[in-house]
Design a protein around this ligand. Structure first.
Ligand SMILES: Nc1ncnc2c1ncn2[C@@H]1O[C@H](COP(=O)(O)OP(=O)(O)OP(=O)(O)O)[C@@H](O)[C@H]1O
Length: 312
């Protein structure tokens, strides 16, 4: 286990920013922290980064002190840079202070500045950088030394679309070589695409954690598929597709409309759709319109959080 929290509580005055949180992060795992504003995500990252100490509970890391610092890469909302130095000089300073030798640092930084589309501006002073460029530089500094623990507080804020894809690729590569990655986000869809596991917080409490698809399945919400066909088909074979719970149909002006309701299973909703379209085709039908509605992490978020949330 790379990181282990046991009954961690952190108070700010009367606010419990973290309330008896127990959570593990494994090597090679990408964990996404979700939760409403003020639910404790940043506080948890800061506790793991040893920037603040918990009031109660324990945080276990694979190393201590300076050794752990060298193996950690972190990004928080406030990126601190030397404004008069160039982006490259700032990043080189961080890489050297993390113990990288000059030539390895040079190669890695060249690569990262290119990947993040910051190459042309690398020799400009940071004082001339836009907000997004500063965030990219902060990420380069966090990732250059190939840390084994990566802690990122809302890393995609300010990043353009291409940089978000670059970041996701870099985090997956880091996880493949064994790094533990923990990031917070207010973009629930982003977490669904990137995290191996998500942890959902509210008011400092860990409500639930697990693999995104399994958590969504646990909600028990159904997949609904509306199909428009050119002509009626027999419905019974559609009902026999694994996972399908009910099939309804109506003749409308724009065609023969079929509604299939199914329970989400291990396979993706698009695989279920493919099987249903195949069953329609076997009955001689032709699909001319599809609308697929599958439950996702946003539904999990809404089910568990907020005033009057009806937690499962
Ligand atoms: N330094 C501080 N002093 C006082 N209260 C704080 C401090 N830091 C955090 N808090 C409080 O602790 C709670 C958790 O805050 P935290 O920043 O961890 O939430 P978050 O989930 O990261 O929120 P957001 O999504 O808005 O970034 C909030 O109620 C916040 O006001």
């Amino acid at each position: 286990m790379a990181v282990s929290l046991r009954d961690v509580t952190k108070r700010f005055g009367s606010v419990r920013a973290l309330d008896r949180v127990t959570l593990d992060v494994g090597e090679g795992e990408i964990l996404g922290l979700l939760g409403p504003n003020g639910s404790g995500k940043s506080t948890l990252l800061k506790v793991v980064a040893c920037l603040i100490s918990p009031d109660e509970g324990t945080v276990t890391l694979p190393a201590a002190g300076r050794a752990m610092m060298r193996r950690t890469g972190m990004l928080f909302d406030h990126t601190a840079h030397w404004e008069t130095l160039t982006g490259y000089e700032n990043a080189r300073f961080f890489a050297r202070s993390y113990g990288m030798d000059p030539s390895a640092a040079h190669d890695r930084l060249e690569d990262l500045f290119s990947r993040f589309g910051l190459r042309e501006r690398r020799d400009d002073p940071v004082s001339t950088y836009s907000y997004g460029m500063r965030r990219k530089l902060g990420l380069i500094e966090a990732l250059a030394h190939e840390p084994s623990l990566i802690l990122l507080d809302e890393p995609s804020i300010g990043l353009d679309y291409r940089a978000r894809i670059t970041l996701a690729g870099l985090l997956r590569t880091a996880a493949r070589r064994g790094a533990a990655v923990v990031f917070s986000t207010n973009d629930v869809s982003e977490a669904a695409g990137l995290a191996d596991r998500v942890a959902l917080f509210d008011r400092g409490r860990l409500l639930v954690s697990g693999e995104p698809a399994a958590l969504v399945r646990s909600l028990g919400a159904k997949v609904t598929i509306d199909l428009r066909l050119t002509a009626p088909v027999a419905l019974q074979p559609l009902g026999e597709v694994p996972g399908v719970e009910s099939v309804g149909a109506e003749e409308r002006e724009d065609g023969f409309c079929v509604t299939v309701i199914a329970a989400p299973d291990e396979s993706s909703p698009s695989f279920l759709l493919a099987r249903i379209v195949h069953a329609v085709a076997r009955e001689g039908g032709m699909v001319v319109g599809v609308d697929l509605r599958a439950p996702g992490l946003p539904d999990l978020f809404l089910a568990y959080t907020g005033e009057g949330a009806d937690a499962p």
